[in-house]
Design a protein around this ligand. Structure first.
Ligand code: ATP
Ligand code: MG
Length: 390
């Protein structure tokens, strides 16, 4: 009996003419993800992706776990296959779902016919299989309205499949199906979550981290690398760009009014991110900003940094409550690392009384005493790339 995994595609099925491209990307991502785990055949038929082990060594539990972080999959289930014969289906269901039957007090059978040549209708097949299973497991009664166990029978082109309940997949759209973006990744709670959320929309991300050594320590950098590493099952392998930011921060502190420190610093971050977007053919920059959370996240303050970007700034967390952001951080496993107490460059030289309702022109005038282009070029030239692998 071959142990299959069946994956239902999410929004992809709505994609019309582009569907094929999205589906191919999903298959490619699944194959890439499973390569280190084992040999599997991966193919799609009628919006279902089939994952079939090619040898006995492949650990299908491990395959299942790995697939739970692949975007583009709505639900997933383990399944077994047999020939397209009603008695073979009954025999398979008895054996394959025996444990589930012993646990459940009630069940029903739901059938689907992908192959319209099958001699029984879906209803006839459900009735037949249900009747036989009711005889086989008399302690589990039939309940078509509210069963504890639903036995799914699917008649497909090549075989009949039997499976129990499905679990939710990672959702979203296949990674790389929606282009590439820069993600500004600090060591905080928010930006790993915003990175995850945009990866979920099918965007491949290049994390950028601004690093102010020695004001922020080597441990702060390691923390960001670790966060990116934790994200790789969702985001794939990534190259983190670590931008030397010390000189820029010192110049700001020396030459600009204190109330504008954070605003001007964020404008530099944005300029550098935009330069990197162009270099790596990205279409947007993603940040973990959240309206009203800190002084630099008023609408006026965000307008100041966005004024130096000619590409979209995507802020997936903008309207979320912190507690909801933390729930996601815990789910994806970044929370415990994010709360390690290493300082971020944003907390170095924090103004005592930051301007929360700045006027863009005034901030631009205040920073014009610096050699902006020179500082940006210097930072870009000093970038360190750190690779994290799934
Ligand atoms: P986070 O929890 O992501 O650090 P935050 O609530 O602390 O966010 P800020 O410090 O104002 O908010 O930062 C807002 C956003 O700016 C961050 O979510 C991140 O996208 C970006 N950012 C801040 N500091 C850095 C940094 N050192 N390197 C890269 N991006 C940064
Ligand atoms: Mg922060």
């Amino acid at each position: 009996m071959t142990d299959y995994i069946l994956l239902k595609q999410g929004e992809l099925v709505l994609k019309g003419l582009n569907k094929h491209r999205f589906e191919q990307q999903l298959l490619k991502n699944i194959r890439y993800r499973l390569k280190p785990i084992g040999q599997c055949k991966v193919y799609a038929r009628q919006s279902i992706v089939y994952v079939e082990p090619m040898d006995d060594e492949t650990d299908m539990d491990e395959v299942f776990d790995a697939l739970q972080t692949v975007f583009g999959i709505k639900t997933m289930t383990r399944a077994a296959a047999c020939e397209k014969d009603k008695d073979a289906i009954v025999a398979l269901a008895r054996e394959y779902l025996a444990e589930e039957f012993h646990r459940a007090a009630s069940f029903k059978v739901e059938s689907k016919r992908g192959d319209k040549n099958f001699p029984l209708s879906s209803i006839q097949l459900s009735q037949y299989v249900g009747g036989e299973l009711a005889d086989a497991f008399p302690e589990c009664r039939v309940d078509v309205h509210n069963p504890e166990l639903t036995v799914h029978v699917e008649i497909r082109e090549d075989a009949a499949f039997v499976h129990g309940p499905s679990v939710l997949g990672a959702g979203g759209m296949p990674l790389s199906s929606n282009g590439t973006a820069i993600s500004m990744l600090s060591g905080g709670i928010d930006s790993p979550v915003s990175t995850y959320m945009i990866a979920k929309r099918g965007v491949r991300l290049i994390p950028v981290h601004f690093f102010s050594y020695p004001y922020t320590s080597e441990l702060a950098k390691q923390k960001v690398v670790e966060l990116a590493q934790i994200l790789t099952p969702y985001c794939g392998s990534m190259s983190i760009l670590v931008v030397p930011f010390t000189h820029i921060q010192e110049e700001i502190q020396m030459k600009c009014p204190e109330k504008y420190f954070t605003l001007i610093m964020r404008r530099f971050m944005m300029r550098i991110s935009v330069a990197l977007e162009k270099k790596y053919d990205c279409k947007a920059v993603v940040t973990g900003e959240n309206l009203g959370q800190v002084a630099s996240q008023t609408m006026e303050a965000m307008a100041c940094s966005q004024a130096v970007s000619d590409l979209p700034v995507i802020q997936p967390l903008i309207g979320m409550d912190k507690s909801d952001i933390i729930d996601i951080a815990r789910k994806i496993g970044t929370f415990e690392t994010s709360i390690l107490p290493y300082e971020d460059c944003c907390t170095v030289f924090t103004p005592r009384h930051p301007e929360t309702h700045p006027i863009v022109e005034k901030v631009a005038e205040a920073e014009s005493v610096m050699d902006i282009d020179g500082l940006v070029a210097e930072a870009l030239a000093g970038i360190e790339r750190i690779r994290v692998q799934v």
